[in-house]
Design a protein around this ligand. Structure first.
Ligand code: 1HN
Length: 370
């Protein structure tokens, strides 16, 4: 009772104001001062944002001329996409994930290294480049998805004059936030790892779907299939498009680990989605953040009332717990979107929640266009 009188006491007990001021300086925060209010529902500095492919592509092509790659030059020729809510020089497209664009050309070699951050590459354009993952070259073709899991050695090389350009996706901010970032260079003078497996061996062993080699199963949490070729992905999408899609996601397929049926890596889930001509999804929101890359088509996504119009190549991000719905703007062409998300992390710890938008027949109003 004494503290609430706000009057100096005779027994040395400070007033409530004095107490609060003092404890804050002692690195103590009273929970009654409002901290609990921050926790009622997800709050984030991350903003919905869209990068136009036309502009980003021009910048990576400029970087090709300006920055030498390799042991004597840059380790990677990469532009990361920084969310407006992430201060320079921090890395992050959302609070857990980063998207980046990488380019190599000619006979360039990006030195081998490994890190505790998991990485994926979605190939955008070009030809004649490979990623070497733990000694196995994975050839890159446009629209393939390649994986470089946590602590796998990886380096890239080009064998063609045309540049190869791809989207990198990593869980850098998540691993940084958990205080678990480690990185090391391949310990040879030329920083090239020896090739110890045939090119695209993982496709030969693991891409068939149901049939898997006996004895190959390990406790490894990552997909043993390291390259999901576009031809197979497109074939599955096309077949599924003749069936009903989800009202919230259209025709959506998850890339999976063939051993477990779960996400391709423990921290990152990858999807491919088709919005059929004129298809428009209903609005929902969920925990977890997503980065989208438009593979093909024209359309828009409304995020928390802001409309983002997109076309082929564009990249945009969804903050956690943000309302969103998608639309294909064409009445004749399909739209295809690749995305990666941190949802496996939320699901692993029972933190995944989803909510449907209930007003206005299930679709949010558009307040502004960007
Ligand atoms: C990285 O190591 C690669 O290995 C690509 O190709 C993009 C973005 C942020 C941090 C590390 C690569 C990256 C990256």
């Amino acid at each position: 009772m004494k503290a609430e009188t706000h009057e100096p006491s005779t027994d040395g007990t400070p007033t409530l104001e004095e107490f609060q001021e003092t404890v804050l300086q002692e690195q103590l925060t009273p929970l009654w001062m409002g901290a609990l209010g921050q926790l009622r529902e997800p709050r984030t500095q991350i903003q919905p944002y869209l990068w136009r492919w036309k502009e980003v592509r021009q910048r990576v092509l400029q970087s090709l001329k300006l920055i030498p790659l390799g042991v004597e030059g840059a380790e990677r020729r990469v532009l990361t996409l920084r969310n407006p809510g992430v201060p320079v020089p921090r890395i992050g497209t959302t609070h857990t994930l980063v998207a980046a664009i990488q380019i190599i050309a000619g006979t360039e070699v990006a030195p081998s290294h490994r890190h505790t951050m998991a990485a994926l590459r979605f190939i955008i354009e070009g030809e004649g480049a490979c990623t070497v993952v733990n000694g196995e070259p994975e050839s890159m073709e446009p629209r393939d998805l390649l994986l470089t899991p946590n602590w796998y050695w990886h380096g890239h090389f080009s064998e063609h004059s045309e540049p190869m350009i791809w989207l990198d996706g990593l869980d850098v901010p998540l691993v940084q936030g958990l205080g678990a970032t480690f990185q090391e260079n391949y310990p040879s003078p030329d920083r090239r790892q020896p090739i110890i497996a045939p090119r695209d061996e993982s496709i030969r062993r693991y891409s068939s779907g149901g049939l898997l080699p006996v004895g190959d199963r390990t406790a490894n949490k990552n997909s043993p299939l390291l390259n999901f070729r576009w031809a197979q992905t497109e074939d599955r999408l096309t077949q599924m498009a003749e069936r009903d899609g989800s009202p919230y996601d259209g025709v959506a397929l998850q890339y999976t680990n063939p051993f477990t049926g779960g996400s391709v890596m423990p921290t990152i889930d990858c999807w491919i989605q088709m919005l059929r001509p004129d298809e428009q999804t209903k609005t929902h929101r969920h925990t977890g953040s997503i980065i989208y890359h438009v593979v093909e088509g024209n359309g828009w996504t409304v995020i928390n009332g802001k409309r983002f119009d997109w076309k082929t190549g564009d990249i945009f991000c969804l903050p956690p717990w943000a309302w969103h719905d998608h639309a294909n703007a064409s009445n004749r062409q399909r739209a295809i979107i690749f995305s990666f998300a941190d949802t496996p992390v939320l699901k692993a710890f029972d933190l995944y929640r989803e909510e449907a938008y209930s007003e206005n027949q299930g679709r949010q109003h558009v307040e502004a266009a960007f």
